[in-house]
Design a protein around this ligand. Structure first.
Ligand SMILES: Nc1ncnc2c1ncn2[C@@H]1O[C@H](COP(=O)(O)OP(=O)(O)OP(=O)(O)O)[C@@H](O)[C@H]1O
Ligand SMILES: C[C@@](O)(CCO)CC(=O)[O-]
Ligand SMILES: [Mg+2]
Length: 303
């Protein structure tokens, strides 16, 4: 029996633009998905109600991972048991964390000796297949941890940042939201193209301020990024209410994280405002909790 784990993530800047090769800055957080693999009579998913055969519709990401391992080794009977702290469909990279942790666990179980780069690339392939279109961001962050710049695939200096996460509780399918943006871009290629370029410029500008620890300016850039995410149609009334409540309570900056349309927003806070912002987001209707950025990527927990 082998257990691995991988972190979820937040986007400081650049979601959606990164799908079109523009720059994004994302960071792992201290919420993790844990995956345990063990010998079994068939390829099955373990759950609270017992074990069921792996089903491509019910578990598309896991199914895609297993199909890739069939190309590497003899995959017959294995059980896959997932326990995740990461809210699903909420912009915190639950699909990537589950995907990367499953790859890592199967790699250790079948001794296929994948490098971290191999794992990240396989994970990106899985997300692209399942979602139709995906940037390498989420899977790269879940693999390597820390603060990363995409598409450069560069690990940046790590900064311990305090984040209030506000979950609208509205499930948001990344596949659907990403395809909506693609359709908008088809209808208005010049306008949406320029918006994506501006989001990219925010990411590129923000790197230096993050590295300097100038979180007031990082917050200001997050707020500008939020306005542009609203302009491409990935905001929502609920997300806006949480964003503005956090800012009124003293957040340095706040924005959607991930696909949007529902899911979570993040608020970058100083320690002194953390609980005030968390309470304000809760009062505005969000399930709010505090997390920290994390420098730990995918790892084996027990063998
Ligand atoms: N604990 C889990 N067990 C099994 N599958 C999971 C689990 N968590 C996430 N998934 C898979 O990931 C899918 C959600 O992925 P999706 O990309 O839509 O949202 P997300 O990754 O949470 O948000 P984002 O991609 O915007 O960061 C679920 O529908 C499921 O297929
Ligand atoms: C919306 C998006 O940019 C982030 C999803 O977490 C999609 C992607 O990067 O694949
Ligand atoms: Mg996802």
């Amino acid at each position: 029996m082998i257990t691995s784990s991988a972190p979820g993530k937040i986007f400081l800047f650049g979601e959606h633009a990164v799908v079109y090769g523009k720059t994004a800055i994302a960071c792992a957080i201290d919420l993790r998905a844990h995956v345990t693999v063990d010998e079994a009579p068939s390829i099955q998913m373990k759950g609270p109600g017992g074990s069921i055969d792996l089903n491509p519709r019910k578990h598309p990401y896991i199914y895609s991972v297993v199909e890739k391992f069939k190309g590497l080794t003899d995959v017959t009977g294995v059980s896959i048991d997932i326990h995740s702290d990461i809210p699903v469909g909420s912009g915190l990279g639950s699909s990537a964390a589950v995907t990367i942790a499953t790859i890592k666990a199967l790699d250790a179980y079948y001794e296929t000796n994948l490098t971290l780069e191999d794992i990240a690339q396989m994970g990106h392939l899985v997300e692209s297949e399942v979602q139709g279109r995906a940037s390498p961001t989420d899977t790269f962050v879940s693999t390597f941890g820390g603060m990363v710049q995409i598409p450069d695939r560069k690990k940046l200096g790590f900064h311990d940042m305090l984040i209030v996460i506000g979950n609208t509780g509205k499930f948001s399918s990344t596949r659907k939201i990403v395809s909506n943006v693609a359709a908008l871009r088809e209808r208005h290629p010049i306008v949406i193209g320029q918006i994506m370029d501006t989001i990219s410029a925010i990411s590129e500008t923000g790197v230096d301020f993050i590295q300097e620890g100038d979180f007031h300016t990082v917050g200001e850039l997050m707020n500008i990024n939020q306005g542009l995410l609203d302009s491409i149609g990935v905001g929502s009334k609920e997300l806006s209410e949480l964003v503005y409540a956090s800012r009124k309570a003293g957040a340095l900056g706040s924005k959607i994280t991930g696909a949007g349309g529902g899911g979570c927003m993040i608020a970058l806070c100083e320690h002194k405002n953390l609980s005030r912002v968390a309470h304000a987001v809760k009062r505005a209707g969000g399930d709010s909790f505090i997390c920290r950025t994390s420098n730990t990527g995918v790892r084996i927990e027990t063998k």
